[in-house]
Write a protein that binds this ligand. Structure first.
Ligand SMILES: *[C@@H]1O[C@H](CO)[C@@H](O)[C@H](O)[C@H]1NC(C)=O
Length: 647
């Protein structure tokens, strides 16, 4: 049974690459985000609170609790974790023998460790998805202790890879369904893509072009998104190969289009990685197609599979036409569409279908288990090998059932009835391991934001309240209207991302924003490194303020040389200075500044330590920390790929 071995290995290799992107991208941002001079210092999370270390570890499982023992502060600790993460990821990318469950367990725990102290800047859906996928990767990877031998395929591989498929199913299905459960008018009106290309966090240059497409095409694209996210995921579990490959193609198509038009860091690449288990070695060219048997039963089987495939394709096409009322308009060569069901139809339909999704999971997992057992008994040579292989199947089946069971809690969140029908035991099981982030609920773009134009915060500084305001430009988010949107994925500029969320809310509800403004008043180089330009290179300004603008794309026809046009809406944050009333209290609460008495006491106790590890980390920081995120990522990734191809 070598049918899935190359596929599994490709999955493991891709997961290593994703970890590399995640750790390297974070590394360059640590001082500005989490250092003692950063926006949300990690030391605040680690401050002693009187609880014993084991209790704190249970609430927040992280290696960061071990730092004092190594003589490291919070920033150095995060540096160390990210460097170790990059190293292990490069090893995983390059060496097939080292790519085992121990390596992936370490990678997973390293990422969990930074996630736990990362606060707002690390709590994105893709960080959580990486943790969940990363945990499944530990199960998928071989426990390959005898490194001198090449790793072998196991019969239970299909069971663990099934868990990845189930995660992908939950991710896509929920992402499709929440767009409708949110009752967002643009998703219901199929007009979401009229706004999406412009209002998403960090568009690429191609998003500007996509925005200019005619409206009928945007509506048709939204219908296609529903088809790909809500319907084709059911084909992940179908035992007919061409239907499964079709579902793979549809997912890849969607992800490629998203990558071309938007910067979602490693998220789309991670989703593409989760799609790998839909493939097989034959598809990857690693296994010759099986010789077709000519027996009567085999021929009947093939005929039946063809019939089912045809029925499914026809059914998909027919339901798409009916559900979205597709009509060809011959006059202007377009296809008209709209949603042809009511929200009551939809909610009833969702309630009816949820139990089937759970049954689909149970039946397909059951089938994988039976087939793996059957292969253990029929294909392994010798009674010992048969027994050993079956035992492994039993162990991984138990783990798979456990993971599947706890995943039902987040899976059922999209529907109240399904959620209410879950047994208390299942909830308890899920609750017991919640702090480890093993499973999560997903759902992207629940509501379309930026309808009518994207809100954008522009931060400015001046030495005079009445004149001389100069804007701070960010590295990647829109600011200057004539600067082109960038391609920056798989790097994630986390400050730029949070600025997008800040613009959707208010500064009072965005505590980190005031810390950020204060760091600009102080002119902290760590924070200035996170943005593109410092308009006050000599001396930081006396005042910082922020205004809210609405940004729209320029249109194709206008012939304007700018990418954006913008309009001032209102003040976002009034001008503040270091003396502003209430600022000191806010900063003390956030641990940005210490109360003066404690500060003195602390500086007395702190002595300079001579610590080799500390020095090494400082060297690494002065060497790699000056690179931009994309540069660091590619200068690690490309050599690793070359090495892995060469050996
Ligand atoms: C905006 O960018 C353009 C092109 O890079 C530059 O010429 C211009 O001076 C910038 N405007 C401001 C206000 O910084």
């Amino acid at each position: 049974m070598a049918r899935m071995q190359a596929t599994k290995d490709l999955f493991l290799r891709s997961m290593s690459a994703i970890y590399l992107f995640a750790f390297a991208s974070l590394y360059v941002q640590i001082p500005g985000l989490y250092g003692d001079n950063g926006i949300l210092p990690a030391k605040v999370v680690l401050k002693p609170d009187g609880r014993p270390p084991e209790k704190r570890f249970q609430g927040r499982p992280s290696l960061m609790w071990l730092l004092p023992g190594l003589g490291l502060d919070a920033q150095e600790g995060m540096d160390l974790i990210c460097i170790l993460g990059c190293l292990l990821a490069v090893i995983g990318l390059t060496s097939r023998r080292m790519r085992d469950s121990v390596l992936f367990a370490l990678l997973w725990f390293l990422y969990l460790s930074v996630y736990e102290v990362g606060q707002t800047f690390l709590w994105f859906q893709w960080d959580i998805l990486l943790l969940e996928a990363g945990f499944l990767t530990i199960l998928v990877a071989p426990l390959h202790l005898r490194k001198w031998r090449p790793p072998q395929a196991s019969q239970h591989d299909t069971i663990t890879l099934w868990l990845v498929r189930w995660l992908l199913f939950r991710l896509m299905f929920a992402s499709g369904v929440v767009k409708l459960t949110s009752r967002c008018p643009t998703w219901w009106g199929l007009t979401a893509l009229d706004w999406h290309y412009e209002s998403q966090c960090i568009p690429t240059p191609l998003a500007w072009y996509a925005h200019q497409l005619p409206q009928w095409f945007q509506k048709l694209s939204v219908a296609a998104v529903y088809l790909i996210e809500c319907f084709t995921p059911f084909l992940f579990f179908v035992p007919i190969r061409n239907l499964r490959l079709f579902s793979w193609f549809s997912q890849i198509l969607l992800q490629v289009l998203i990558v071309l038009t938007g910067n979602y860091n490693f998220f789309n690449l991670l989703t593409v990685t989760l799609c790998i288990p839909l493939l097989d070695d034959q598809f990857l060219g690693k296994n010759k197609p099986a010789i077709k048997s000519d027996s009567f039963a085999a021929r009947v089987g093939r005929g039946l599979a063809k019939l089912v495939s045809f029925t499914v394709y026809a059914g998909l096409a027919y339901s798409t036409v009916r559900l979205f009322n597709l009509r060809i308009n011959a006059e202007n060569y377009s296809v008209e569409s709209e949603i042809a069901f009511t929200d009551e139809d939809f909610f009833n339909g969702l309630r009816d279908i949820m139990p089937y999704t759970i049954w689909l999971g149970k039946i397909s997992l059951g089938a994988e288990v039976l087939m793996a057992l059957w292969r253990s008994i029929s294909q392994e040579q010798g009674i010992l090998a048969k027994v050993w292989s079956s035992c492994q199947c039993f162990v991984f089946t138990s783990v798979a059932i456990y993971m599947f069971t706890i995943s039902l809690v987040p899976h059922c969140m999209v529907d109240q009835t399904a959620s209410a029908n879950l047994s208390p035991e299942v909830r308890q099981l899920h609750h017991n391991v919640q702090s480890f982030n093993l499973v999560h609920s997903y759902g992207l773009f629940r509501r379309m934001t930026g309808v009518g134009g994207r809100p954008e915060v522009v931060v400015e500084g001046s030495n005079d309240l009445n004149k001389g305001w100069k804007a701070y430009e960010f590295l990647y988010k829109p600011g200057n209207v004539s600067v082109s949107p960038p391609f920056v994925a798989p790097h994630q500029p986390r400050l730029d991302w949070q600025m997008w969320f800040a613009a959707l809310g208010s500064y009072e509800r965005t505590p980190w924003f005031i810390n950020f403004a204060y760091r600009l008043l102080e002119g902290k180089p760590e924070v200035l490194d996170l943005i593109a330009s410092n308009p006050f290179p000599e001396k930081p300004p006396k005042f910082i303020r922020a205004n809210l603008y609405t940004y729209r794309y320029t249109s194709f026809r206008s012939g304007s040389p700018s990418w954006w046009k913008r309009k001032l809406e209102r003040e976002y944050m009034p001008a503040i200075s270091k003396e502003t009333k209430g600022l000191k209290e806010h900063l003390q609460r956030n641990g940005i500044i210490q109360e003066s008495s404690r500060k003195k006491a602390k500086s007395k106790t702190q002595e300079p330590q001579d610590n080799t590890l500390k020095n090494l980390l400082a060297h690494a920081r002065s060497f790699f920390g000056v690179l931009t995120g994309p540069t660091l990522i590619f200068s690690l990734f490309l050599p690793a790929v070359v090495i892995s191809i060469a050996i």
